[in-house]
Design a protein around this ligand. Sequence first.
Ligand SMILES: [Zn+2]
Length: 554
Amino acid sequence: MKDPTGNTSALRLADLIVKAGRVYAMNRAADVHAALAVRDGWIVAVSDDRDGLDALASDGTHVVDDPELTLLPAFFDIHEHLLDSARNLARVRLEDAHSMDELIALIRERAGHTPKGVWIQTSNGWNESNLAEGRLPTAAELDRASTDHPILAPRGGHVSITNTRGLELMGVTSSTPDPPGGTIGHLPDGTPNGVLEGGAAQTIKGLVPPPPLAESVDNLADACAIYAASGVGSVREALILPEGWEVYQSAWEQGRLPIRCLPLLLVDPFRPQADRLAFVEGLGARSGFGDDWLRLWGLKFVLDGGVAGAGMEEPFANNPSWTGHLNWDPDEMTEVVSHALARNWKVATHAVGDRTVRTVLDVYEGALERNPDTPPGTLVVEHAFLADRTQRARAIALGISITVQHPLLYVNGKEILESWGPERAAAVMPVRSWVEEGATVAAGTDTVRPFDPMLNVWGMVTRGTKDVGVQGADHAVDQYTAIELYTSAGTRLTGEADRRGTLEPNRLADFVAYRVDPVTAPVDELLSLTPALTCVGGHGVHDPHKLLEPANGA
Ligand SMILES: [Zn+2]
């Protein structure tokens, strides 16, 4: 037997042995074991015999012996905004509102104990489909919550609503033109309605001062604990600004990252080209810096908007004069991506619409021509909602990886159906085709709030949505594949599969245990499953039944 250092001479004993029902390795061979041994945070042995590792037990070994348990690798959310999700914990929780009146009341309540003139910010994990009115609020409605405070109500990553005070601070009037890559919403009489999309939403966010560092670190630690409790062991943090790195590094220094985080730094699309090049030039650090807890994954580009701002080949179903927008001139983006590749950065690009997916592949192709030694997996397309066979083949041939997030379809299905029509809604995220055609693809959430991993698995298996039923049943995958995409596939995408992501020797001991086997359970039963244990690096980061406490050992 080898230990992680390759030492074969002295057989050291285990700190922890789990004798379970099934231990899904989620490796290429699709092994299923029955027991697993951990030492110093690493898996040192597995066995197909529940008692097969007994020889590794000594006085100091804790043994969990429970044939009901099924072990999976801990979930790896390949695309989530953990820091934003953490900040949402301290913001007005609009997820709790079911009508416009409730939404206004929640903001008004916060205004009641916030000094006048100070920004009030809401969470951004809410969606208007949860409101009885089924639409976004207006500036006038937010004014009913307060006219003494500027209000920022971001919804998702690409849309924000503000009140009249916020519009004033932004300098927006009836005659203000749309900024590059963005739109300012208007009422029929031409006055701004408070709804800001793309570049306009970005501008107002820049006016709100970030919270103090210590508060951000506390929130991040709290959010990590919530994600760990749902079985998540790693998050690829899909977009941070430089100050976000400071929050992550502070949490890491203080030992307050119980899950593994891999941030992506934004290259601001709304800056002049010289500034973008200087930003990449001036970073100094590059992809891969860090350790197994906190590692800089790479750079993030945002090429189009969300559902409302997706760059489309054909007009929107609900607006025949609108085909969305691109935030970058393709030639300028090719130059910056090439610049980044030459400096050993990995690059990921948000691309939702079909025109955007085609454009980002053009950009990547151009950048790869200039950097022919770029290893596969360096370039990633995030979401790739509308990717037909031609574009999929291009991505796969170019060695470009893909991330998918069924929760976006689950939550935004109604908006997608209304905006893009049924054909395009059914084509969103062709997960099964990506898998069958041989793409490097991994799954995440992108919900900016904790999302039940089993609801995500259920969604990939059923293609079900919150409001509009099944969309695109052809793109469904089986339960095993869905779980693999959401666990070990993540570390294959990030290039860490030799260290973690599978349950086999010489991998970090990151696993989640259930009392029902999520691979074989009837699909609707998944929705009621919660983890019995989450371990990251051999530590119980979620242990509601105290399985890892001495009294429960053998
Ligand atoms: Zn995202």
